[in-house]
Design a binder for this molecule. Structure first.
Ligand SMILES: NC(=O)c1ccc[n+]([C@@H]2O[C@H](COP(=O)([O-])OP(=O)(O)OC[C@H]3O[C@@H](n4cnc5c(N)ncnc54)[C@H](OP(=O)(O)O)[C@@H]3O)[C@@H](O)[C@H]2O)c1
Length: 308
């Protein structure tokens, strides 16, 4: 299998590391911004696009790779359920993929696993699903400076508020995508999603791998998203991210509660590492994407990602 990596950041570097140990796979890249067409026009069996979170930015690159006859896996959070952001672009790319008989998939650890694929797996042992709650706490030091700034790290209170207003600070992107993946699979009509984000300002300096954060600026944040169905809260997503979770009074963990007549509670301690986990889900999706029917699919349309 030929795989080409578009984007020369943390995700691509980790995918290259995992792929180095896999037999029968030849890898080209990672290719940075200036060289990305070498991946997109490579005609590889799968092009992995790990550049941006936003559909408007990865859309043209996905199109180029599809036109060259490649299946595409993108880590872009908005690519996990493209209909939620731009249904017209999603339809256009789905049609292009069907015409070229290739598959597009948006995945990673989140979205792509914790808040959707793992939730759906957990619902498999419930008799009925009344409500879903997912809680994740994640350490931030391993993220690139660009990602940390977009998430909202290293800002004064005023800068943080302005950044949220301007849309330059987003917190983690992907909860609406995960909720819609789960809702569609369970046949639930999601009416609206209420987002909330609160910064956590650091009491001391924090040293990340790629960014130093000074005391008094945002060292983390908490997000609460609630998805409503049938006029009531149905899906609760609670996410804490920090340069040092202990300073926020918690530790890395992932927990899922499926409430109903036969409740299910799944707890992962310590929580799944974002860098290790995302590269694993992407690489472990290569085969399922190559074998999938054509079109833009979600993780709910495919068998589980497995390392074979
Ligand atoms: N679904 C998931 O679970 C998941 C998991 C991890 C990451 N992600 C997302 O995947 C993306 C990549 O993550 P990462 O950690 O590898 O980021 P990163 O370390 O910041 O690297 C991003 C790479 O892509 C390039 N790039 C950024 N924006 C671009 C654009 N608009 N067009 C072309 N190239 C661009 C960067 O080039 P420059 O250095 O020149 O800017 C860099 O080479 C991020 O948006 C991240 O939020 C999703």
């Amino acid at each position: 299998m030929k795989v080409s990596l578009c984007g020369a950041g943390v995700v691509s570097a980790n995918c290259a590391k995992v792929l180095a140990g896999r037999a029968g796979i030849s890898v080209s890249g990672p290719f940075g911004r200036a060289d990305r067409e070498r991946a997109l026009k490579s005609g590889a069996d799968v092009v992995v696009i790990a550049t941006s979170s936003f559909l408007s930015e990865v859309g043209p690159d996905i199109h180029m790779a599809v036109d060259a006859g490649s299946n595409v896996i993108t880590s872009a959070e908005e690519g996990a359920f493209p209909d939620a952001v731009d249904p017209a672009l999603a339809r256009e790319l789905d049609a292009a993929a069907r015409a070229r008989r290739v598959t597009i998939l948006g995945t990673g650890l989140n979205p792509g696993f914790v808040f959707d694929a793992m939730v759906l797996t957990a619902t498999g042992v419930a008799w009925e699903v009344d409500t879903i709650r997912v809680e994740r706490a994640v350490e931030l030091p391993g993220f690139s400076a660009a990602i940390l700034r977009r998430l909202g790290i290293g800002f004064t209170p005023q800068e943080f508020a302005d950044g949220i207003d301007r849309g330059a600070i987003t917190g983690h992107i992907g909860f609406p995508q995960s909720m819609r993946i789960v809702a569609r699979r369970l046949g639930v009509a999601l009416e609206r999603i209420e987002p909330r984000i609160e910064p956590i300002f650091g009491e001391r300096d924090h040293e990340g791998v790629h960014l130093a954060v000074t005391a008094g600026t945002s060292a983390g944040f908490i997000q609460h998203y609630i998805g409503y169905a049938d006029g009531r809260p149905w899906f609760f997503a609670d996410f804490t991210a920090h340069m040092d979770l202990a300073a926020a009074g918690t530790s890395p963990h992932d927990e899922i509660w499926i409430d109903g007549p036969t409740p299910v509670h799944l707890a992962i301690q310590p929580g799944l590492n974002p860098q290790i986990g995302s590269a694993a889900v992407i690489v472990n999706s290569l085969r399922r994407v190559v074998e999938a029917p054509p079109g833009w699919l979600t993780v709910a349309d495919l068998p589980p990602a497995t390392p074979s």
